[in-house]
Design a protein around this ligand. Structure first.
Ligand code: SIN
Length: 485
């Protein structure tokens, strides 16, 4: 049984390279079956304080470790993740529900942040700036921010964590991490990898917790924590911005999206269909960057709808452990309720269901959270499904006439994380990419995520960037020395 590997493993609060127990535990559930996979200790305020103590004690030696040595440990962590890919991917599918092929892909993606930031660790350059006086010299240096608190979501239990841990460690920071309560096992598995990669005790600490409040109150009250990085909802992001004022911490936020996916009449239609399926249905539509509103130009609307519906109707729904599954369960019942509400609202306002539109029949739906991949036709911008992030396998198709009209519709949202469009006209590609108010643009590319590029949003989708050459800046302070000579 795949879940035996979980039962046979130790999962504790990871502080100082050791797993610890706690007075209370909480259950980790398989969203595909409802079964309890295991219980993990529930970290509270005193555990959080112990983790901050450990991270603060480890900071001087870690930040003084030559970058080349820190980089070697990060490369080793990447190699170990790939070596243990099958185990890590299976655990991810068991606790998160995504198909095993996607979990394997996520483990490789997660490992790539260690490799990428190993390189960046070696290139934290300073500057010598021409001074304004002949008897002065100005030296600019970049130094680690200090102890960082990292808070990550359930939809990418491994990659969202390594996207934060890797640049932090590369910069010379130490970290305390709080993974989502639904998916702590993927995070805790990383503890063993850090030990085996030779990363010293206290540099990375991982705290599973059912209730995030004791963790966040402790980190925000503590002056030693100099930075908080969070991936999750805009609602929680706003609370963290307010909390960070207490001790004036640096903050990075990767928040919600409402991605437009635009198909122009000069697009390669087959490529657009393939891209829309990949973007919308990856992780059952539970990604912050997935297509949420699919705009199709009038001349190709019917042809696109027909091809797209046929492709979506072919997506196999089931347990992520079955090799042909393409769509797993939704994470929980609140997620199911949101999807149901969006579809019902759209239908009540005139949308037409082309395929799907309901949960899987009860005999194939042990938890009730498996939703059939859905295409909605004749959707208009006043429907909920276009205004809120659905976070589920529902694709609304909206008809448009002109480029100006669709740009106005696409930008008409408080969110600005990712946007996609398909066109074979080079001038239009440049023009539209410049006018879309989003941090990530997929131009004839539905899967833009990579460790090499600066992931992040504008407007209410967040602050800061993760990945690329910019990602390490989030964990570095800039200092200058003005020297009299
Ligand atoms: C997200 O949903 O925020 C992450 C998606 C990705 O990194 O591709």
């Amino acid at each position: 049984m795949p879940s035996d590997m979980i039962r046979q493993s130790e999962y504790g609060i990871f502080i100082n390279n050791q797993y610890h127990s706690s007075a209370k535990n909480f259950a980790v559930t398989n969203p595909a079956t409802g079964e309890t996979l295991t219980e993990v200790p529930d970290a509270g305020a005193s555990d959080t304080l112990a983790a901050i103590d450990a991270a603060a004690a480890a900071l001087p030696a870690w930040s003084a470790t030559p970058a080349i040595e820190r980089a070697a440990m990060l490369r080793k962590a990447a190699a170990l993740m790939l070596e243990r890919r099958e185990r890590l991917a299976t655990i991810m599918t068991l606790e998160q529900g995504k198909p095993l092929t996607e979990s394997r892909g996520e483990i490789a993606y997660a490992a790539s942040f260690f490799s990428w930031f190993a390189g960046e660790a070696e290139r934290v350059y300073g500057q010598i700036v021409p001074a304004a006086a002949p008897n002065k010299r100005i030296l600019v240096m970049r130094q680690p921010v200090g102890v960082c608190a990292l808070i990550t979501p359930w939809n990418f239990p491994s990659a969202m964590l390594t996207r934060k841990i890797a640049p932090a460690l590369a910069a010379g920071c130490t970290v305390i991490c709080k993974p989502a309560e639904q998916t702590p096992l993927s995070a805790l598995e990383l503890g063993r990898i850090f030990i085996d990669a030779g990363i010293p005790a206290g540099v990375v600490n991982i705290l599973p917790a059912l209730d995030p409040i004791p963790f966040s109150e402790t980190i925000f009250a503590d002056d030693r924590v100099r930075k908080v990085s969070f991936t999750g909802s805009t609602e929680v992001g706003r609370i963290l911005i307010r909390s960070s004022a207490q001790t004036v911490k640096r903050i990075s936020l990767e928040l919600g999206g409402n991605a437009p996916f635009i198909v122009f009449d000069d697009a390669d239609l087959d490529a657009a269909v393939k891209g829309a399926v990949a973007s919308k249905f990856r992780n059952s539509g539970q990604t912050c960057i997935c297509a949420n509103r699919i705009f199709v130009q009038s001349a190709v609307y019917d042809a696109f709808a027909e091809k797209f519906t046929a492709a979506v109707a072919n997506l196999k729904v089931g347990s992520g452990l079955e090799s042909d599954t393409m769509i797993g369960p939704l994470i929980d019942h609140p997620a199911l309720e949101k999807v149901t509400r969006h579809v019902q609202d759209a239908v009540s306002k005139g949308a037409q269901i082309m395929t799907g539109g309901a949960p899987l029949p009860a005999q194939f739906n042990p938890t009730g959270t498996f939703w059939t991949p859905t295409v909605l036709l004749n959707v208009s911008p006043h429907m909920l499904v276009t205004q809120e992030e659905t976070f589920g396998p529902v694709a609304p198709l909206i008809r448009f006439e002109t480029e100006d009209e669709v740009l106005a519709l696409a930008n008409d949202t408080p969110f600005g994380l990712s946007a996609y469009f398909y066109s074979q006209n080079v001038s239009r590609v440049m023009r539209v990419a410049e006018k879309l108010e989003f941090g990530i643009i997929g131009a004839n590319d539905a899967l833009p995520s990579t460790a090499n590029a600066p992931f992040g949003g504008v407007k209410q989708s967040g602050l800061g960037r993760e990945g690329g050459a910019f990602g390490i800046d989030e964990y570095l302070e800039v200092k200058y020395v003005s020297m009299g000579v």
